[in-house]
Design a protein around this ligand. Structure first.
Ligand code: KG4
Ligand code: ZN
Length: 369
């Protein structure tokens, strides 16, 4: 079964073709870093406009580089939420139009659950597992099993880990997106140079908090005169590399500690780490070392599938194909962070009943491919 995935929940316009929920035939991601970088963060209105400009060419490129034709597709899977509503509506409206014109069934899926199931594309998702979704908008621990929908074990009480890295990078003048910028700046830095808190570390909780960490860095910089307008004000007793390394270490320590507690509490043998922050080399290294010390298995998707992409959306569409509709014009986008309970089915069973691809006629209406 060939599935076209479409993803526009934030600032990446993405389309992919995936075969049988696991084989990536193409994955095109067009980011908007050039657009948002001068602002140090995403400007939602600009993000939606850029999605609109590029969505058609991104989808065409995904189909072309999969070396298939539009007629060969069996299903369209699209992110319906959560995310920026203006951005989501671009991908969703495009997908609805394509579904209407071609008669292809359309399945709306949840972005976070897309991250959760990314390992479907990298050899399979081992279950049961504890899965950490760590991205720019989410830092949540889930328990995954074959029998039940994903269960939230803990989540951030304030900022996401990626958001904290983005904000710290902005303070340090490192640009956007902050995670990779911090990682690069931290190379050669001393991670113990600045003593930073490990929020909630003394508490028996699976929740996270990153705003205090961010404030600690801000307070230290302010005390050292970093934000003063005088030239002397910018002379710091520590290098940017030391500051980035110390901050990155605090984020990684916090994530690993909570994952370990979740594994112990649930007695689960597998840890999955997904989402944009899972690209981070220190996190990967620390998780692998802890897995050896503590006797569990850790699994990461390949780096290009950690950050937002449409291949994970197509893979999830395959799992949820029984929910696909041909008459789908009433699907709406949603911005909330909570996983939509009606979008939770993980089961691979349950025969999909597709309406037949309606007619070459409607494909002709869309034309062009
Ligand atoms: O999953 P994602 O692409 O989008 C959301 O769903 O939010 O994650 C983006 C986040 C950003 O906060 C970015 O700074 C962070 O992932 N990120 C990283 C790295 N690459 C991306 N954080 C740490 N190290 C990286 N190498
Ligand atoms: Zn994401």
């Amino acid at each position: 079964m060939l599935i076209l995935g479409i993803e526009t929940s934030c600032d990446d316009t993405a389309a992919a073709v995936v075969q049988d929920g696991s084989r990536v035939l193409s994955s095109v991601v067009q980011n908007q870093d050039d657009l948002h970088s001068p602002f140090g963060g995403i400007v939602p209105e600009m993000a939606s406009r850029r999605h609109l400009e590029v969505i058609d060419s991104v989808v065409r490129r995904a189909i072309e580089s999969a070396t298939i034709s539009l007629e060969e597709l069996d299903l369209i899977s699209v992110t319906a939420g959560p995310g920026l509503v203006g951005s989501l509506l671009v991908g969703l409206s495009y997908a609805k139009g394509l579904s209407y014109a071609t008669g292809l069934p359309l399945v709306p899926v949840d972005h976070i659950q897309g991250h959760l199931m990314t390992l479907d594309l990298a050899g399979g998702t081992p279950l049961p597992a504890v899965s950490l979704v760590s991205s720019g908008g989410h830092t949540t621990l889930y328990h995954l099993s074959a029998e039940a929908p994903p269960r939230v074990l803990g989540t951030t009480l304030d900022d996401a880990a990626g958001e904290a890295l983005d904000k710290a990078a902005k303070m340090l003048g490192l640009g956007y997106p902050g995670g990779p910028a911090m990682e690069k700046a931290a190379l050669g830095g001393n991670a113990s140079a600045l003593e930073l808190p490990r929020p909630l570390s003394g508490k028996d909780t699976l929740d996270f908090s990153f705003s205090g960490l961010k404030t600690s860095l801000f307070t230290w910089l302010k005390r050292e005169g970093y934000f003063d307008s005088t030239t002397e004000g910018r002379r710091l007793p520590l290098s940017i590399a030391d500051l980035a390394a110390s901050f990155q270490q605090a984020v990684v320590d916090t994530l690993i500690k909570r994952c370990l507690l979740a594994l112990k509490r649930t007695g689960t043998p597998n840890l999955l780490i997904v989402g944009g922050v899972a690209r981070n080399a220190l996190l990967r290294e620390r998780a692998a070392a802890t897995a050896v010390e503590e006797g569990f298995q850790v699994h990461f998707p390949p780096p290009e599938l950690c950050t937002d992409n449409a291949a994970m959306i197509a893979a999830l569409g395959y799992r949820q194909r029984e929910r696909a509709a041909v008459d789908s014009l009433d699907i709406n986008a949603y911005s909330t962070k909570a996983l939509r309970s009606d979008f939770l089915t993980l089961s691979k069973t349950g025969a999909a009943k597709f309406a037949k691809k309606s007619a070459k006629n409607s494909a002709k209406i869309y034309g062009g491919y």
